[in-house]
Structure formats: structure tokens, C-alpha cells
Design a protein around this ligand. Structure first.
Ligand SMILES: Cc1cc2nc3c(=O)[nH]c(=O)nc-3n(C[C@H](O)[C@H](O)[C@H](O)COP(=O)(O)OP(=O)(O)OC[C@H]3O[C@@H](n4cnc5c(N)ncnc54)[C@H](O)[C@@H]3O)c2cc1C
Length: 480
């Protein structure tokens, strides 16, 4: 399909949903970073004209954002691709849309895509999961027991939720007794109940606020999580619902983190946002450990520092770390599960063997090549690197991975480097987003003339109407 036709498709789908005029949509496309790169013609990473003759059997494990992006890019970049993809799911969920489902802006149908649109007959598709990664012998074993050998392996298995690490809670409790979790989905089965449940939960919070002032708790765990901004997105959207109806509640943000955001500029902006609502209390250093569902009581491990003796060698005071337990009574609780690498990877030799990234794929943070197995590469959430468990990061991993994998196949030096890019579209109220883009060096806004700390409608419209078709027609086709 020609680039112009592709843009027309995207515009038409966006316009039909947004109620915007074609002119307004074009105006917005012109200032959006991804659209700008499309318009500038920089999206097609490789064409058959400059494709590589490198050969080898490449196995891609996973059927989500990262896996499909790599697959499409490799098909564009190799003259004789010999690719097997091992992915159990035909249904492909556009997971960022789960937040818009909670907001009542998307239905489930809006986030459902089809892997058959991108995995064609030129590729061998094994519809199963990898049960065992046997890296020393260059093979994987599926749940059905099939052994599949590879010359090169791309691991794109994403993240595993671990709701059960919270004592007293199971996945089945979500949607009952005032408990919600926007994250809830099953990628293998193609279900995403979290969005629907959280939308109903917003309505229940609102209903309860007409009768009194309920306590509503939003948690964030100490593990790495995908889309680190989602816990706060839920807090602000839920509170905005109340504010618009002249209602209020005791909103508590209980996070294992010490700050609202790692970057000071965005942290400050979020504190400013919280002042708009005037009903939010932050509990920093609080990691949810237990829920008593019947008593509606949440128990947190609270880690904090107190000032100790004067440190005469260094000046100032010694800081002493304290740990205690805090119980909070709630009426409603939005739980973000602890997350970890998928089981098959954790029990393999491919994960980091120790340290804070233990179990996550041991790849170099710039080349995305495995540090011990040079024919193995990683993309997306599964990577044990300091930044970026977002689709936005995976989009930036894609071209780096493909360039370096082909260099490895051609026995050349690996030159492409991932700069740590990630993006967090923080929905601070209905119709307003702070677009936090950053990399290993700090803030990295696509448009330096737009203050990144400023909440903007344009980012909301871009996220709601443009990003999904771009994901479907450009990113998943390896064109962006
Ligand atoms: C509520 C929510 C909001 C989000 N918001 C945003 C946002 O605003 N912006 C953003 O950029 N990102 C956002 N994300 C994150 C984004 O969806 C992920 O970062 C992205 O999907 C990561 O891609 P991935 O390929 O690494 O993993 P996934 O897309 O999760 O795919 C993993 C795939 O691996 C498969 N798999 C797992 N184990 C195995 C195995 N053993 N064998 C074979 N296959 C296996 C799964 O079935 C799945 O197909 C959000 C996510 C959620 C849940």
C-alpha cells in the first residue's frame, strides 16, 4: 500500500471516531511526533531494495506488540527470511486501550486486533507457548512437547502478572467487593476484563460518593510494571469523574515509590495536578502485601528513612531505613499487580541470574543482544534493562534489534543503540494528557518547543484517535 493511502486510511478511521473535521485531523497529524515522522517519510526502515542476503532460521517467541513489530521488520529487511513465530494467540489486544475502556471512551471491540493480519504464509506460525528455553542447545520446547531449533532467537514474551503475591487476593476477586484493576487481561485467551470492570468501578465510586465520602485507594507495587503511569491515570480519571459531578471522596495513592514520577519536571507537574483535585493523599514507600476482602482492609509494607546521628566523617546526618506495617481501611481499591518475567523465562538460563533484574531477559541495554548468548535478542517488556516497559519503547527497540540481529548474522559489528526512549501519556483528567517522553539521559520530548510538563488536549486527542490506527497500520507492519 502506498504511504499516502495508508495515511488516508488512518485519517478516515480517526475522523469517523472523533467527530473532528478532516482539516482538524490533518492539523493535528502535522504536529504529532509520529505523524511528523510519517510525513517526513522516515518510517519504512528497510525496503527490499536494500535488504540483506543474510540467512539463518530465526525463531520469534511471543505474539504481542514487540514480536509482531520485529517479524514485520525482518520480513522487510531480509531477502530470504526463514522465520518461525511461536505465539499462542490469534487475538491481539491493543493494551493501552484498556485505560480508555476504563474511561468509557473505548469498548472491548475497539482494542481487539488480529495477528492473522500480520503473520502471513511466508512465516511458520506455531500456535503454542514455549515451555522451556534451552539456550545452550539453541532450541526451545513448546507446551505440546515439540522441540524447535534456531540459529537466532528473539524473545518477546512480555510480562506475567502476579496478583497472588498479594496475600488474600486472587484474580477472580477483581470486580467484586470494591476491588478493581485496569491491567487485568489474558493475552493468550484474548480477554481484557480490567477495562470493563474498572469502568463499572468508577460508576460505583461515583454512586457511593453521592451518599457519603468513601475512601478510595490506588496502589502501585515495588516491581517493574508495564506502563508505569497507569496507576495514576486511574486515580485522576476516577477523581475527575467525581469533580465533574461536584462529588468528592478520600482518594489515597499508596505507592511503593518515593515520588509521583522519577523525573523532577514531571513529578512537579503531577503534584500541581493533584492540587486541582484537593482530595488526594499520597502514601509513598507503601507496597501492598495483603488484602482482607471481607473487612476491606489493605496491609502495606512501609519503607521509610529517618534522620540518625550526625555523621562526623561526611557532615550531615546518617539516614536510617525503617520498615513497618500500615493498615488502611478502604471502601474501594484499585490494585496494580506485582509483575515479573514469564515463568518459562524465569526458569531458564536466559534471565539475569542475580540483582534487581533477576529473571528478566539478560540483554545489553543498548544493543538488545543477550549478554551471554550472542544469537539471542530481546524486545519489549521482557527485557531486563533500566527503562521502558511500554509499547512506545518496543517501537524504538524494533529497528535497533533488527539492525543488530542482521549485523550478527553477517558477522559484522553491532552498531545500533537503544537510547532508553519511553513514553508515558499521563491522563491527568478527561481531555488532558501530560506526554512524558524520556530516555536514559532524562526528558526527551519529540517537540522541544512544547513544554512537556504542560497537560494538553492535543495529546489526549492524539492518544485517543490517532495512536491506535498508527499502531495497527504502521507499527505492526514495521513501517514505524
Ligand atoms: C492497562 C495498560 C495500559 C498501557 N498503556 C500504555 C501506553 O499508554 N503507552 C504505551 O506505550 N504502552 C502502554 N502499555 C504497555 C504496552 O501494552 C506494552 O508495553 C507492550 O504491549 C509490550 O509489548 P510486548 O511485546 O513486550 O508484550 P505483549 O504485547 O504483552 O505481548 C506478549 C506476548 O507474548 C506471549 N507469550 C507470553 N509467554 C509466552 C511463551 N512462553 N511462549 C510464547 N508466547 C508467549 C503472549 O501471549 C503475548 O502474545 C499499557 C499496558 C497496559 C496493560
Amino acid at each position: 500500500m502506498k504511504k499516502e493511502d495508508l495515511l488516508n486510511d488512518i485519517l478516515d478511521e480517526s475522523i469517523s471516531k472523533s467527530g473532528m473535521s478532516r482539516r482538524e485531523a490533518l492539523k493535528m497529524m502535522a504536529i504529532s511526533p509520529v505523524a511528523a515522522s510519517v510525513l517526513a517519510g522516515s518510517t519504512v526502515a528497510s525496503t527490499k531494495a536494500n535488504a540483506s542476503d543474510a540467512v539463518g532460521h530465526i525463531v520469534i517467541v511471543g505474539g504481542g506488540a514487540g514480536a509482531i513489530m520485529v517479524l514485520s521488520r525482518l520480513k522487510n529487511a531480509l531477502n530470504n527470511p526463514n522465520i518461525t513465530i511461536i505465539a499462542p494467540n490469534e487475538v491481539h489486544l491493543y493494551q493501552p486501550g484498556q485505560v480508555f475502556m476504563a474511561a468509557g471512551e473505548y469498548t472491548f471491540e475497539d482494542i481487539v486486533m488480529d495477528n492473522n493480519d500480520w503473520i502471513d504464509d511466508s512465516v511458520k506460525w506455531v500456535k503454542d507457548e514455549v515451555a522451556t528455553f534451552d539456550a545452550p542447545n539453541n532450541k526451545v520446547i513448546t507446551r505440546a512437547g515439540d522441540e524447535i531449533s534456531y540459529d537466532y532467537l528473539v524473545v518477546a514474551t512480555g510480562i506475567e502478572y502476579n496478583y497472588e503475591a498479594i496475600e488474600g487476593l486472587t484474580k477472580e476477586d477483581i470486580g467484586t467487593n470494591g476491588i478493581s484493576s485496569v491491567y487485568l487481561n489474558d493475552l493468550e485467551k484474548g480477554t481484557a476484563n480490567g477495562g470493563i470492570i474498572t469502568h463499572k468501578w468508577f460508576e460505583s465510586v461515583q454512586e457511593a460518593s453521592t451518599k457519603g465520602k468513601p475512601t478510595v485507594v490506588f496502589t502501585q507495587p515495588s516491581t517493574p510494571i508495564k506502563c508505569g503511569g497507569a496507576p495514576q491515570k486511574m486515580l485522576y480519571l476516577c477523581d475527575d469523574n467525581l469533580k465533574r459531578n461536584e462529588l468528592s471522596a478520600n482518594m489515597i495513592f499508596a505507592t511503593a515509590s518515593k515520588k509521583l514520577f522519577s523525573l523532577p519536571t514531571i513529578d512537579e507537574a503531577l503534584h500541581k495536578v493533584q492540587k486541582r483535585y484537593n482530595n488526594i493523599t499520597n502514601h509513598f514507600g507503601h507496597d501492598l502485601k495483603k488484602i482482607d476482602i471481607k473487612a476491606k482492609k489493605a496491609t502495606f509494607r512501609h519503607i521509610y528513612e529517618i534522620q540518625g546521628e550526625v555523621d562526623e566523617d561526611f557532615g550531615g546526618y546518617e539516614m536510617i531505613t525503617k520498615v513497618d506495617t500500615v493498615e488502611i481501611d478502604y471502601d474501594f481499591i484499585h490494585v496494580v499487580p506485582p509483575m515479573r518475567a514469564p515463568h518459562a523465562l524465569r526458569k531458564s538460563d536466559l534471565g539475569w541470574q542475580k540483582g534487581s533484574a533477576k529473571g528478566w531477559l539478560e540483554v545489553d541495554k543498548e544493543s538488545l543482544q543477550h549478554r551471554r548468548y550472542k544469537n539471542v535478542f530481546g524486545i519489549g517488556d521482557v527485557c531486563g534493562i533500566p527503562m521502558g516497559k511500554t509499547g512506545g519503547s518496543a517501537r524504538h527497540h524494533g529497528p535497533v534489534l533488527v539492525e543488530n540481529l542482521i549485523a550478527q548474522m553477517e558477522s559484522k559489528e553491532l552498531k545500533a543503540k537503544f537510547d532508553g526512549y519511553t513514553v508515558c501519556p499521563l491522563k491527568v483528567q478527561y481531555g488532558e494528557i501530560i506526554m512524558a517522553e524520556f530516555n536514559y539521559n532524562g526528558l526527551a520530548p519529540s517537540f522541544s518547543f512544547l513544554d512537556p510538563a504542560q497537560p494538553r488536549w492535543i495529546w489526549w486527542a492524539f492518544d485517543l484517535y490517532m495512536l491506535k490506527p498508527m499502531y495497527k497500520y504502521l507499527m505492526m507492519k514495521g513501517r514505524m
